[in-house]
Design a protein around this ligand. Sequence first.
Ligand code: TYC
Length: 101
Amino acid sequence: MSENQTTPRTFTTVKAERPKLYKVILLNDDYTPRDFVVTVLKSEFRMTEDQASAVMITAHRRGSCVVAVFTKDVAETKATAATDAARRNGFPLLFSTEPEE
Ligand code: TYC
């Protein structure tokens, strides 16, 4: 018997999957006042006045604008909270979510 036999060892590499990310999308409509859109973006997405104004005007001109990217749960929670804030104020403003490619 050889004296320098070694015990075979198995090494397993555990790789953490990066969580899939989801976009929160602001949709334009003809009824919600611009100021209200800016207010919701500031309060629900912690944007500055300038950031919120830029996102609002992009959605107004192009029909929609990506607001931010989050994990699925956070994106859905924020889109729902922002849409609910609009409903409480009687506006049809809508935030949706979609997976990032
Ligand atoms: N289009 C709206 C208006 O002219 C303003 C608006 C902008 C509404 C962006 C929604 O996502 C929106 N009053």
